[in-house]
Ligand binder design. Sequence first.
Ligand code: ATP
Ligand code: MG
Length: 429
Amino acid sequence: MSKSLQAIRGMNDILPEQTPLWRYFEGTVARLLDNYGYRQIRMPIVEFTELFKRSIGEVTDIVEKEMYTFDDRNGDSLTLRPEGTAACVRAVLEHGITGGGQVQKLWYVGPMFRHERPQKGRYRQFHQIGLEVFNLDGPDIDAELIVMTWRLWGELGLRDAVKLELNSLGTSESRGRYREALVEFLSAHLDKLDEDSQRRLKTNPLRVLDTKNAETQAILVDAPKMADYLDDESRAHFEGLKARLDAVGIPYVINPKLVRGLDYYSKTVFEWVTDKLGAQGTVCAGGRYDGLVEQMGGKPTPGVGFAMGIERLVLMLEALDKVPAELSRQVDVYLCAFGEAAELAALALSERIRDQLPNLRLQINAGAGSFKSQFKKADKSGALYALILGDDELAQQVVGFKPLRGQGEQQSIAWDALAAHLATCVVQG
Ligand code: ATP
Ligand code: MG
Protein backbone atom coordinates (compact mmCIF):
# COMPACT_ATOMS: atom_id res chain seq x y z
CA MET A 1 0.00 0.00 0.00
CA SER A 2 1.36 3.45 -0.81
CA LYS A 3 2.65 5.26 2.25
CA SER A 4 0.14 8.07 2.05
CA LEU A 5 -2.65 5.52 2.35
CA GLN A 6 -1.24 4.06 5.56
CA ALA A 7 -1.81 5.28 9.08
CA ILE A 8 0.63 7.95 10.25
CA ARG A 9 3.63 6.57 12.11
CA GLY A 10 2.93 6.47 15.83
CA MET A 11 -0.84 6.73 15.31
CA ASN A 12 -2.45 3.35 15.74
CA ASP A 13 -5.69 1.65 14.91
CA ILE A 14 -7.18 -0.12 17.87
CA LEU A 15 -8.56 -3.29 16.34
CA PRO A 16 -11.66 -5.27 17.38
CA GLU A 17 -9.46 -7.81 19.17
CA GLN A 18 -8.14 -5.02 21.40
CA THR A 19 -11.23 -2.93 22.03
CA PRO A 20 -12.76 -5.21 24.69
CA LEU A 21 -9.72 -4.63 26.89
CA TRP A 22 -9.81 -0.87 26.24
CA ARG A 23 -13.49 -0.76 27.12
CA TYR A 24 -12.91 -2.82 30.25
CA PHE A 25 -10.17 -0.44 31.36
CA GLU A 26 -12.05 2.75 30.51
CA GLY A 27 -15.25 1.35 32.03
CA THR A 28 -13.49 0.43 35.26
CA VAL A 29 -12.01 3.93 35.59
CA ALA A 30 -15.28 5.65 34.68
CA ARG A 31 -17.22 3.69 37.30
CA LEU A 32 -14.61 4.44 39.95
CA LEU A 33 -14.64 8.16 39.18
CA ASP A 34 -18.45 8.21 39.24
CA ASN A 35 -18.36 6.59 42.66
CA TYR A 36 -16.02 9.26 44.02
CA GLY A 37 -18.24 12.06 42.67
CA TYR A 38 -16.20 13.17 39.66
CA ARG A 39 -18.02 14.40 36.56
CA GLN A 40 -16.97 14.03 32.97
CA ILE A 41 -16.11 16.98 30.74
CA ARG A 42 -15.41 16.79 26.99
CA MET A 43 -13.19 19.37 25.35
CA PRO A 44 -12.27 19.84 21.68
CA ILE A 45 -9.16 18.11 20.39
CA VAL A 46 -7.84 21.31 18.76
CA GLU A 47 -7.14 24.61 20.54
CA PHE A 48 -5.30 27.83 19.77
CA THR A 49 -1.54 27.22 19.94
CA GLU A 50 -1.18 30.13 22.35
CA LEU A 51 -3.18 28.24 24.99
CA PHE A 52 -0.56 25.50 25.25
CA LYS A 53 2.38 27.89 25.10
CA ARG A 54 0.93 29.96 27.92
CA SER A 55 -0.03 27.09 30.19
CA ILE A 56 2.51 24.34 29.59
CA GLY A 57 5.41 26.77 29.25
CA GLU A 58 7.56 27.79 26.28
CA VAL A 59 10.64 25.99 27.55
CA THR A 60 9.27 22.47 27.90
CA ASP A 61 9.77 19.39 25.73
CA ILE A 62 6.14 19.51 24.70
CA VAL A 63 6.08 23.10 23.45
CA GLU A 64 9.65 23.14 22.12
CA LYS A 65 9.49 20.01 20.02
CA GLU A 66 6.42 17.84 20.39
CA MET A 67 3.37 19.81 19.28
CA TYR A 68 1.37 19.25 16.10
CA THR A 69 0.85 22.87 15.12
CA PHE A 70 -0.66 24.18 11.89
CA ASP A 71 -2.35 27.24 10.44
CA ASP A 72 -6.00 26.79 9.62
CA ARG A 73 -7.67 28.45 6.64
CA ASN A 74 -8.14 31.70 8.54
CA GLY A 75 -4.45 31.85 9.33
CA ASP A 76 -4.98 31.05 13.04
CA SER A 77 -2.26 28.92 14.60
CA LEU A 78 -3.92 25.80 16.02
CA THR A 79 -2.49 22.78 17.83
CA LEU A 80 -3.69 19.23 18.34
CA ARG A 81 -3.86 19.00 22.12
CA PRO A 82 -0.74 17.43 23.64
CA GLU A 83 -2.44 17.10 27.05
CA GLY A 84 -5.76 17.88 28.70
CA THR A 85 -5.12 20.25 31.61
CA ALA A 86 -4.70 23.41 29.51
CA ALA A 87 -7.96 22.85 27.64
CA CYS A 88 -9.79 21.93 30.83
CA VAL A 89 -8.65 25.14 32.54
CA ARG A 90 -9.64 27.10 29.45
CA ALA A 91 -13.08 25.47 29.51
CA VAL A 92 -13.82 26.10 33.20
CA LEU A 93 -12.73 29.73 32.83
CA GLU A 94 -14.73 30.26 29.67
CA HIS A 95 -17.90 28.89 31.29
CA GLY A 96 -17.27 30.50 34.65
CA ILE A 97 -17.83 27.23 36.51
CA THR A 98 -15.03 27.72 39.00
CA GLY A 99 -16.01 31.29 39.87
CA GLY A 100 -16.74 32.24 43.48
CA GLY A 101 -14.68 29.33 44.73
CA GLN A 102 -16.99 26.69 43.24
CA VAL A 103 -15.45 23.26 43.60
CA GLN A 104 -15.21 21.26 40.38
CA LYS A 105 -14.10 17.64 40.23
CA LEU A 106 -13.76 16.82 36.54
CA TRP A 107 -12.41 14.04 34.35
CA TYR A 108 -11.95 13.47 30.65
CA VAL A 109 -10.74 10.78 28.30
CA GLY A 110 -9.44 10.98 24.78
CA PRO A 111 -6.57 11.19 22.34
CA MET A 112 -3.55 13.44 22.84
CA PHE A 113 -0.91 14.23 20.22
CA ARG A 114 2.84 14.61 20.60
CA HIS A 115 5.50 14.38 17.93
CA GLU A 116 7.80 11.97 19.74
CA ARG A 117 9.88 9.03 18.56
CA PRO A 118 7.40 6.14 18.39
CA GLN A 119 8.33 3.02 20.36
CA LYS A 120 6.62 0.60 22.70
CA GLY A 121 4.54 2.65 25.13
CA ARG A 122 5.26 5.92 23.30
CA TYR A 123 3.13 7.05 20.40
CA ARG A 124 2.24 10.21 18.49
CA GLN A 125 -1.46 9.77 19.07
CA PHE A 126 -2.00 8.27 22.50
CA HIS A 127 -4.88 8.27 24.95
CA GLN A 128 -5.19 9.62 28.43
CA ILE A 129 -7.75 9.59 31.16
CA GLY A 130 -7.20 12.81 33.05
CA LEU A 131 -8.72 14.43 36.08
CA GLU A 132 -8.69 17.98 37.41
CA VAL A 133 -9.98 19.39 40.69
CA PHE A 134 -10.47 23.12 41.20
CA ASN A 135 -10.85 25.21 44.34
CA LEU A 136 -9.63 22.70 46.91
CA ASP A 137 -6.24 23.53 48.31
CA GLY A 138 -5.74 21.02 51.12
CA PRO A 139 -3.59 17.89 51.06
CA ASP A 140 -6.76 15.82 51.55
CA ILE A 141 -7.69 16.23 47.90
CA ASP A 142 -4.15 15.44 46.70
CA ALA A 143 -4.48 12.31 48.82
CA GLU A 144 -7.89 11.48 47.33
CA LEU A 145 -6.43 11.45 43.82
CA ILE A 146 -3.73 9.05 44.88
CA VAL A 147 -6.11 6.89 46.92
CA MET A 148 -8.40 6.56 43.90
CA THR A 149 -5.57 5.42 41.65
CA TRP A 150 -4.46 2.97 44.34
CA ARG A 151 -7.99 1.53 44.35
CA LEU A 152 -7.86 1.34 40.56
CA TRP A 153 -4.62 -0.64 40.63
CA GLY A 154 -6.29 -2.94 43.13
CA GLU A 155 -9.31 -3.53 40.91
CA LEU A 156 -7.10 -4.17 37.91
CA GLY A 157 -4.71 -6.47 39.78
CA LEU A 158 -1.73 -4.14 39.23
CA ARG A 159 -0.86 -3.09 42.78
CA ASP A 160 2.29 -5.18 43.03
CA ALA A 161 3.57 -3.85 39.72
CA VAL A 162 3.48 -0.10 40.39
CA LYS A 163 5.33 2.21 42.71
CA LEU A 164 4.38 5.70 43.86
CA GLU A 165 7.00 8.44 43.68
CA LEU A 166 6.30 11.73 45.43
CA ASN A 167 7.89 15.12 45.71
CA SER A 168 6.94 18.64 46.67
CA LEU A 169 7.93 21.62 44.53
CA GLY A 170 6.71 24.06 47.17
CA THR A 171 4.94 27.36 46.71
CA SER A 172 6.22 29.64 43.98
CA GLU A 173 8.10 31.67 46.65
CA SER A 174 9.95 28.68 48.04
CA ARG A 175 10.55 27.36 44.53
CA GLY A 176 12.00 30.74 43.59
CA ARG A 177 14.50 30.58 46.44
CA TYR A 178 15.40 27.02 45.55
CA ARG A 179 15.83 27.93 41.89
CA GLU A 180 18.36 30.61 42.86
CA ALA A 181 20.36 28.16 44.96
CA LEU A 182 20.27 25.54 42.22
CA VAL A 183 21.40 27.99 39.55
CA GLU A 184 24.26 29.13 41.76
CA PHE A 185 25.35 25.54 42.34
CA LEU A 186 25.04 24.44 38.70
CA SER A 187 26.75 27.58 37.39
CA ALA A 188 29.85 26.55 39.30
CA HIS A 189 29.83 23.27 37.30
CA LEU A 190 28.70 24.75 34.01
CA ASP A 191 31.38 23.21 31.78
CA LYS A 192 30.60 19.70 33.04
CA LEU A 193 26.87 19.86 32.28
CA ASP A 194 25.46 18.31 29.13
CA GLU A 195 24.35 20.68 26.39
CA ASP A 196 20.62 20.42 27.11
CA SER A 197 21.18 21.12 30.79
CA GLN A 198 23.36 24.15 30.02
CA ARG A 199 20.52 25.56 27.98
CA ARG A 200 17.90 24.68 30.60
CA LEU A 201 19.97 26.28 33.31
CA LYS A 202 19.20 29.60 31.67
CA THR A 203 15.60 28.97 30.69
CA ASN A 204 14.13 26.46 33.13
CA PRO A 205 16.73 25.35 35.69
CA LEU A 206 14.51 22.90 37.60
CA ARG A 207 14.30 20.79 34.47
CA VAL A 208 18.01 20.05 34.80
CA LEU A 209 17.05 17.72 37.67
CA ASP A 210 15.17 15.68 35.07
CA THR A 211 18.27 14.99 32.96
CA LYS A 212 19.07 11.51 31.66
CA ASN A 213 22.75 12.41 31.20
CA ALA A 214 24.93 10.37 33.57
CA GLU A 215 27.62 13.00 34.11
CA THR A 216 25.10 15.69 34.92
CA GLN A 217 23.33 13.25 37.22
CA ALA A 218 26.60 12.67 39.06
CA ILE A 219 26.98 16.41 39.62
CA LEU A 220 23.41 16.64 40.86
CA VAL A 221 24.12 14.30 43.75
CA ASP A 222 25.56 17.23 45.70
CA ALA A 223 23.09 19.82 44.46
CA PRO A 224 20.83 21.63 46.94
CA LYS A 225 17.58 19.78 47.67
CA MET A 226 14.14 21.27 47.24
CA ALA A 227 13.11 19.75 50.56
CA ASP A 228 15.49 22.10 52.39
CA TYR A 229 13.87 25.12 50.80
CA LEU A 230 10.20 24.36 51.44
CA ASP A 231 8.46 27.07 53.45
CA ASP A 232 6.24 26.14 56.38
CA GLU A 233 3.09 26.11 54.29
CA SER A 234 4.53 23.75 51.65
CA ARG A 235 6.06 21.56 54.33
CA ALA A 236 2.78 21.24 56.24
CA HIS A 237 0.95 20.44 53.01
CA PHE A 238 3.41 17.71 52.10
CA GLU A 239 3.32 16.24 55.61
CA GLY A 240 -0.49 16.28 55.46
CA LEU A 241 -0.42 14.30 52.23
CA LYS A 242 2.05 11.74 53.56
CA ALA A 243 0.03 11.28 56.76
CA ARG A 244 -3.06 10.46 54.69
CA LEU A 245 -1.23 7.99 52.48
CA ASP A 246 0.15 6.36 55.63
CA ALA A 247 -3.35 6.19 57.10
CA VAL A 248 -4.61 4.24 54.08
CA GLY A 249 -1.43 2.16 53.91
CA ILE A 250 -0.24 3.27 50.49
CA PRO A 251 3.52 2.82 50.10
CA TYR A 252 5.54 5.60 48.44
CA VAL A 253 9.07 6.79 47.94
CA ILE A 254 10.18 10.40 48.00
CA ASN A 255 12.01 11.26 44.80
CA PRO A 256 13.66 14.68 45.21
CA LYS A 257 14.46 14.79 41.49
CA LEU A 258 10.84 14.44 40.43
CA VAL A 259 10.01 17.79 38.80
CA ARG A 260 7.65 16.78 35.94
CA GLY A 261 7.98 18.10 32.44
CA LEU A 262 5.43 20.90 32.65
CA ASP A 263 5.96 24.33 34.09
CA TYR A 264 2.75 24.77 35.97
CA TYR A 265 3.23 22.48 38.95
CA SER A 266 3.52 23.61 42.59
CA LYS A 267 3.61 21.70 45.87
CA THR A 268 2.64 18.06 45.25
CA VAL A 269 3.96 16.18 42.24
CA PHE A 270 3.66 12.41 41.86
CA GLU A 271 4.16 9.57 39.41
CA TRP A 272 3.09 5.95 39.41
CA VAL A 273 5.92 4.02 37.77
CA THR A 274 6.41 0.42 36.75
CA ASP A 275 9.41 -1.65 35.73
CA LYS A 276 7.23 -3.93 33.58
CA LEU A 277 7.27 -1.79 30.43
CA GLY A 278 10.94 -1.10 29.83
CA ALA A 279 11.86 2.55 29.39
CA GLN A 280 8.29 3.87 29.21
CA GLY A 281 7.70 3.33 32.91
CA THR A 282 5.37 6.13 34.01
CA VAL A 283 1.73 5.07 33.80
CA CYS A 284 0.10 7.92 35.70
CA ALA A 285 1.43 11.33 36.64
CA GLY A 286 0.19 14.56 38.09
CA GLY A 287 0.36 17.20 40.72
CA ARG A 288 -0.85 20.48 42.05
CA TYR A 289 -0.95 23.65 39.95
CA ASP A 290 -2.19 26.43 42.23
CA GLY A 291 -0.84 29.20 40.00
CA LEU A 292 -2.08 28.02 36.62
CA VAL A 293 -5.60 29.43 36.51
CA GLU A 294 -4.38 32.89 37.46
CA GLN A 295 -1.56 32.61 34.95
CA MET A 296 -4.24 32.01 32.32
CA GLY A 297 -6.21 35.08 33.23
CA GLY A 298 -8.55 33.74 35.91
CA LYS A 299 -8.86 34.54 39.61
CA PRO A 300 -6.42 32.67 41.86
CA THR A 301 -7.83 29.13 41.90
CA PRO A 302 -6.08 26.14 43.40
CA GLY A 303 -5.96 23.10 41.16
CA VAL A 304 -4.66 19.55 41.23
CA GLY A 305 -4.86 16.73 38.72
CA PHE A 306 -3.29 13.78 36.99
CA ALA A 307 -3.34 11.91 33.71
CA MET A 308 -2.80 8.25 33.00
CA GLY A 309 -1.69 6.76 29.71
CA ILE A 310 -4.19 4.18 28.52
CA GLU A 311 -1.83 2.42 26.08
CA ARG A 312 0.74 1.82 28.81
CA LEU A 313 -1.86 0.46 31.23
CA VAL A 314 -3.37 -1.80 28.57
CA LEU A 315 0.15 -3.07 27.77
CA MET A 316 0.65 -3.76 31.46
CA LEU A 317 -2.60 -5.70 31.81
CA GLU A 318 -1.48 -7.86 28.88
CA ALA A 319 2.11 -8.27 30.04
CA LEU A 320 1.03 -9.32 33.54
CA ASP A 321 -1.75 -11.57 32.33
CA LYS A 322 -4.44 -9.49 34.03
CA VAL A 323 -6.90 -9.54 31.14
CA PRO A 324 -10.18 -10.90 32.59
CA ALA A 325 -11.05 -14.25 30.99
CA GLU A 326 -14.64 -13.22 30.26
CA LEU A 327 -13.41 -10.62 27.77
CA SER A 328 -12.59 -13.39 25.32
CA ARG A 329 -16.30 -14.15 24.88
CA GLN A 330 -18.38 -11.43 23.26
CA VAL A 331 -21.42 -13.53 22.25
CA ASP A 332 -23.80 -15.45 24.53
CA VAL A 333 -26.16 -17.02 22.04
CA TYR A 334 -25.88 -17.61 18.31
CA LEU A 335 -29.08 -18.09 16.35
CA CYS A 336 -28.87 -20.06 13.09
CA ALA A 337 -31.86 -19.96 10.77
CA PHE A 338 -32.34 -22.05 7.63
CA GLY A 339 -34.72 -21.14 4.83
CA GLU A 340 -36.62 -18.00 3.99
CA ALA A 341 -39.66 -18.50 6.21
CA ALA A 342 -37.54 -19.60 9.16
CA GLU A 343 -35.32 -16.56 8.67
CA LEU A 344 -38.26 -14.17 9.05
CA ALA A 345 -39.46 -16.03 12.12
CA ALA A 346 -35.94 -15.96 13.56
CA LEU A 347 -35.68 -12.20 13.20
CA ALA A 348 -39.05 -11.64 14.87
CA LEU A 349 -38.21 -14.15 17.62
CA SER A 350 -34.79 -12.59 18.29
CA GLU A 351 -36.37 -9.16 18.69
CA ARG A 352 -38.87 -10.58 21.19
CA ILE A 353 -36.02 -12.14 23.14
CA ARG A 354 -34.07 -8.86 23.13
CA ASP A 355 -37.14 -7.09 24.53
CA GLN A 356 -37.22 -9.50 27.42
CA LEU A 357 -33.45 -9.84 27.97
CA PRO A 358 -31.93 -6.47 27.07
CA ASN A 359 -28.44 -7.51 28.20
CA LEU A 360 -28.33 -10.73 26.20
CA ARG A 361 -25.61 -10.79 23.59
CA LEU A 362 -27.41 -12.49 20.74
CA GLN A 363 -25.97 -12.81 17.28
CA ILE A 364 -28.11 -13.92 14.39
CA ASN A 365 -26.84 -15.67 11.31
CA ALA A 366 -29.62 -16.23 8.88
CA GLY A 367 -29.79 -17.71 5.43
CA ALA A 368 -26.10 -17.87 4.68
CA GLY A 369 -24.40 -21.22 4.28
CA SER A 370 -25.06 -24.87 5.05
CA PHE A 371 -26.01 -26.23 8.43
CA LYS A 372 -22.40 -27.26 8.98
CA SER A 373 -20.85 -23.93 8.07
CA GLN A 374 -23.33 -22.01 10.24
CA PHE A 375 -22.50 -24.27 13.11
CA LYS A 376 -18.83 -23.63 12.65
CA LYS A 377 -19.45 -19.90 12.80
CA ALA A 378 -21.55 -20.32 15.93
CA ASP A 379 -18.73 -22.24 17.57
CA LYS A 380 -16.07 -19.75 16.48
CA SER A 381 -18.09 -16.84 17.84
CA GLY A 382 -17.42 -18.14 21.34
CA ALA A 383 -21.15 -18.33 22.06
CA LEU A 384 -22.29 -20.61 24.86
CA TYR A 385 -25.38 -21.82 23.02
CA ALA A 386 -26.63 -22.18 19.47
CA LEU A 387 -30.30 -21.84 18.63
CA ILE A 388 -31.50 -23.64 15.52
CA LEU A 389 -34.54 -22.64 13.54
CA GLY A 390 -35.37 -24.55 10.33
CA ASP A 391 -38.63 -25.59 8.64
CA ASP A 392 -39.41 -28.31 11.20
CA GLU A 393 -38.88 -25.99 14.18
CA LEU A 394 -40.93 -23.30 12.44
CA ALA A 395 -43.85 -25.68 12.00
CA GLN A 396 -43.78 -26.56 15.70
CA GLN A 397 -42.94 -23.03 16.94
CA VAL A 398 -39.84 -24.26 18.76
CA VAL A 399 -36.07 -23.82 18.46
CA GLY A 400 -33.31 -26.36 18.81
CA PHE A 401 -31.21 -25.37 21.83
CA LYS A 402 -27.68 -26.71 21.67
CA PRO A 403 -24.96 -26.16 24.28
CA LEU A 404 -21.69 -25.40 22.47
CA ARG A 405 -19.35 -25.65 25.47
CA GLY A 406 -19.38 -28.42 27.98
CA GLN A 407 -21.99 -31.15 28.32
CA GLY A 408 -25.66 -31.31 27.56
CA GLU A 409 -27.80 -32.64 24.73
CA GLN A 410 -29.66 -30.57 22.22
CA GLN A 411 -33.25 -29.97 23.29
CA SER A 412 -36.33 -28.45 21.83
CA ILE A 413 -37.73 -25.30 23.45
CA ALA A 414 -41.00 -23.52 22.69
CA TRP A 415 -40.64 -19.92 21.51
CA ASP A 416 -42.77 -18.71 24.41
CA ALA A 417 -40.49 -20.37 26.93
CA LEU A 418 -37.21 -19.36 25.30
CA ALA A 419 -36.50 -16.08 27.12
CA ALA A 420 -37.12 -17.66 30.52
CA HIS A 421 -34.88 -20.58 29.63
CA LEU A 422 -32.05 -18.32 28.44
CA ALA A 423 -32.36 -16.23 31.58
CA THR A 424 -31.58 -19.28 33.69
CA CYS A 425 -28.62 -20.56 31.70
CA VAL A 426 -26.79 -17.46 30.46
CA VAL A 427 -24.98 -15.72 33.28
CA GLN A 428 -24.85 -12.09 32.34
CA GLY A 429 -22.09 -9.82 33.58
P1 ATP B 1 7.20 10.64 29.67
O1 ATP B 1 8.15 11.05 30.73
O2 ATP B 1 7.01 9.15 29.55
O3 ATP B 1 7.42 11.32 28.36
P2 ATP B 1 5.36 12.71 30.35
O4 ATP B 1 5.88 13.24 31.64
O5 ATP B 1 5.64 13.43 29.10
O6 ATP B 1 5.77 11.17 30.18
P3 ATP B 1 2.64 13.39 30.99
O7 ATP B 1 2.59 14.59 30.14
O8 ATP B 1 2.72 13.53 32.45
O9 ATP B 1 3.81 12.43 30.47
O10 ATP B 1 1.40 12.45 30.63
C1 ATP B 1 0.83 11.55 31.58
C2 ATP B 1 0.90 10.13 31.09
O11 ATP B 1 0.52 10.01 29.73
C3 ATP B 1 2.28 9.52 31.11
O12 ATP B 1 2.59 9.09 32.39
C4 ATP B 1 2.13 8.37 30.16
O13 ATP B 1 1.49 7.27 30.79
C5 ATP B 1 1.23 8.95 29.13
N1 ATP B 1 1.99 9.42 27.96
C6 ATP B 1 2.67 10.59 27.84
N2 ATP B 1 3.22 10.69 26.62
C7 ATP B 1 2.90 9.54 25.95
C8 ATP B 1 3.16 9.04 24.62
N3 ATP B 1 3.85 9.74 23.74
N4 ATP B 1 2.67 7.83 24.30
C9 ATP B 1 1.94 7.10 25.18
N5 ATP B 1 1.65 7.52 26.42
C10 ATP B 1 2.12 8.72 26.80
MG1 MG C 1 7.04 13.18 27.53
